[in-house]
Design a protein around this ligand. Structure first.
Ligand code: ZN
Length: 407
């Protein structure tokens, strides 16, 4: 890929993505796949007047080895220096960038039960720090191609060709054209207009139906609003948490989901694939989870903690989205979730609550925002999907018809 184009992309991540402020620290999580691009992002951060940029390198095979050889107790132990580091993050509020490139199958064979047990140990320790940064920190997830990922998406191509094609797909769907910053401004305005309309309806519940058998009703929180595109942090910085993003999303009312919903794309979870699955909901909770492939993992997910069986997100994405139009299955949630409509089990987003800046996390939980250590998106959109909004004043308003916006 041309260096000048990559430079534009790096700038997009720094300026429109996290929107680095003068004197702010930046934390970048990256895999070993694209060191030259990571270098560009670091340089762009300094050009935007970052104080200090720190890169944390990940390597999937190492995660596997650590999991295999460490005991659950060691894996789940949060050391004193790690706690100090969390506190330092809360004190200094650095931007956080995740440059994802991992192999969708890269953690195959890893003992997920061990991982989940370890997480159950560490999560309560790190949770207060995570909560303290929720809504305060600017963050951004964007992608770069890894060889194994590219080969998975384009199995017929050579390694070099596959990486180049994945770069193209990433840049195209991320709107990296002649003037990416301008393109994002326009895109954000479009998403905002959709959300404003949805929020004006006063939706009590959404009813999803499709030819595949999906028939699900999900209740809304009266104080929740649809969000999409950029967000504003508590200190008042506008940033884009996802590049790309196509969704208008909301956190639904915990405890209000009835019916059945079928997945329409495979779910890639921690390097493993779950395919052709469905969830049956009763009183908001998953009471049945079946999959043709990966059913055990699906159930591990749903049983991760108490909140993992409840919905945390409803997101509306038309079938005409640029990602869906590429026809590519990315095996990666950042892209696949932005291809079509999706739901998520697990944690809800407090920033979908009106005036959340003045509320505590506990207030938001009380209003009906779900809490969990997981947040896992799964795709449910298809060409036959219809969605109706039942409003609080008794109207039924079509929101989706045949997989696309009805307004
Ligand atoms: Zn989403």
């Amino acid at each position: 890929m041309k260096k000048s184009v990559l430079r534009q992309y790096a700038k997009l991540i720094i300026r429109a993505g996290v929107n680095v402020q003068k004197g702010q620290d930046v934390l970048i999580y990256a895999d070993l796949d694209q060191p030259e691009f990571v270098q560009m992002v670091v340089e762009e951060a300094y050009r935007a007047k970052a104080r200090k940029v720190i890169v944390e390198w990940n390597y999937q095979p190492l995660s596997k080895i650590h999991t295999r050889y460490q005991s659950v107790k060691t894996l789940g132990k949060v050391e004193q220096w790690q706690i100090a580091r969390q506190q330092h993050m809360v004190d200094t509020n650095p931007c956080r960038i995740h440059l994802i490139s991992e192999d969708p199958d890269g953690l195959k064979g890893m003992n997920m039960e061990k991982v989940s047990k370890a997480r159950q140990l560490s999560y309560p320790i790190v949770k207060p720090y995570k909560d303290a940064l929720e809504g305060v920190q600017q963050w951004c997830i964007a992608a770069v191609p890894g060889v194994a990922w590219a080969k998975k998406v384009f199995p017929g191509c050579s390694k070099t060709q596959a990486v180049e094609k994945l770069w193209q797909a990433i840049l195209e769907t991320s709107r990296v054209d002649e003037d990416p910053l301008k393109a994002w401004e326009k895109h954000n305005a479009d998403l905002k207009a959709r959300c404003d309309y949805l929020n004006s309806l006063g939706i009590e519940k959404l009813h999803y139906t499709a030819d595949n058998g999906t028939d699900l009703t999900v209740g809304m929180i009266p104080q929740a609003r649809f969000c999409g595109g950029g967000e504003t942090s508590k200190p008042g910085v506008y940033y884009n948490p996802n590049i790309p993003t196509e969704e208008c999303f909301i956190s639904p009312m915990r405890g209000q989901a009835e019916g059945i919903v079928y997945s329409t794309k495979p779910l890639s979870y921690q390097g493993q694939l779950i395919e052709n699955f469905y969830f049956r909901f009763k009183d908001g909770k998953v009471v049945e989870a079946k999959a043709e492939k990966g059913e055990e993992l699906l159930n591990t997910l749903v049983n991760m903690d108490e909140g993992a069986a409840f919905l945390g997100e409803c997101a509306l994405v038309p079938q005409t989205s640029p990602i869906n139009k590429t026809g590519i299955l990315f095996y990666n949630t950042l892209f696949d979730e932005n291809a079509v409509c999706h739901l998520a089990i697990g944690m809800g987003f407090m920033d979908t609550i009106e005036g959340y800046h003045n509320l505590t996390l506990e207030d938001c939980r009380k209003l009906g925002v779900n809490d969990s250590m997981i947040h896992e998106d799964f795709m449910i959109g298809c060409d036959s999907m219809n969605i109706d909004a039942y409003t609080r004043d008794g109207k039924v308003v079509p929101v989706f018809r045949g997989g696309n916006w009805a307004f």
